[in-house]
Design a protein around this ligand. Structure first.
Ligand code: APR
Length: 246
């Protein structure tokens, strides 16, 4: 690590030692698109042909558990067919090498950030690779199918559900996320349409003087200091090089 490296002045009002600079990164489905996972709101996204109210709400699960469980089984089985891309790996490098505070907040339920080596990260919408027991609240790593009636490995009750945050449910790790955003010097939103709260509102909770950057195929219209358009696999490695190499 080059000790005399300074971040680009146009991202900071005045360059300070990097160990003093905190970064929060928010990712959405767009960062996994080039790995082959569908986004939600693009023209060929999941919500173009499916209705979230039929698949991603507690009411849908109560009404038709077999359909909901089968949809998450299909998405979970897809994880074995995809790999982290250069954008995931670049963020894992930033996580490893950035000496200041760093938190990756992902809305994604895929495991690609973790498989790329992300450590200082939270999945605010849960994870496909986990099951949660509605009887004993235990959470288990899960890679296979989860048909209705699958017994909980802990309490044996047939009460498992995907450990996913559905619409209307409280996202995970919010106190940690809000504390990190409230102290951040730089907030970077990557591959998210900025349509789902509370994730979409995080950029508005930065402290005075903090900077914000959007990396997306197209500008989402959010309130960012800086916005760059292009594919994540091109923009994110370049951004990380810029932050680590000055
Ligand atoms: N590189 C960069 N950005 C991309 C790429 C790419 N290769 N491909 C698509 N994008 C951008 C799109 O332009 C869009 O702005 O990624 C964004 C994807 O937006 P959404 O499909 O709305 O996904 P996301 O923002 O993650 O959705 C948020 O909505 O349905 C819920 O829980 C679900 O976590 C999800 C939340």
């Amino acid at each position: 690590m080059n000790p005399d490296v300074r971040p680009r002045a146009d991202l900071y009002p005045g360059a300070r030692p990097r160990s003093d600079l905190g970064i929060v990164v928010l990712t959405g489905a767009g960062i996994s698109a080039e790995s082959g996972l569908a986004t939600f709101r693009d023209a060929n996204g999941l919500w173009a042909s499916l209705r979230p109210q039929d698949l991603a709400t507690p009411e849908a699960f109560a009404r038709d558990p077999d359909t909901v469980l089968a949809w998450y089984d299909a998405r979970r089985s897809q994880l074995a067919e995809v790999e982290p891309n250069e954008a995931h790996h670049a963020l894992a490098r930033l996580d490893r090498e950035w000496p200041g505070e760093f938190l990756l907040v992902t809305q994604n339920v895929d495991d690609l950030h973790a498989r790329a080596g992300g450590r200082r990260m939270v999945q605010m919408h849960g994870a496909l690779a986990r099951a949660r027991c509605t009887a004993c609240e235990a959470v288990h790593a899960w890679t296979g199918g989860m048909p209705r009636g699958t017994p909980c490995p802990g309490c044996s009750q047939p009460a498992l559900r995907p450990d996913i945050v559905w619409f209307g449910e409280m996202p995970m790790a919010m106190p940690r996320i809000l504390a990190a955003v409230g102290q951040a010097d730089l907030f970077v939103a990557i591959g998210t349409s900025g349509t789902v709260h509370p994730a979409a509102g995080l950029v508005g909770r930065l402290p005075p003087g903090a900077r914000s950057l959007e990396l997306n195929l197209e500008a989402s219209g959010g309130r960012f200091t800086d916005s760059r358009q292009g594919p994540a696999t091109r923009l994110v490695p370049a951004f990380v090089d810029e932050m680590l190499c000055g």
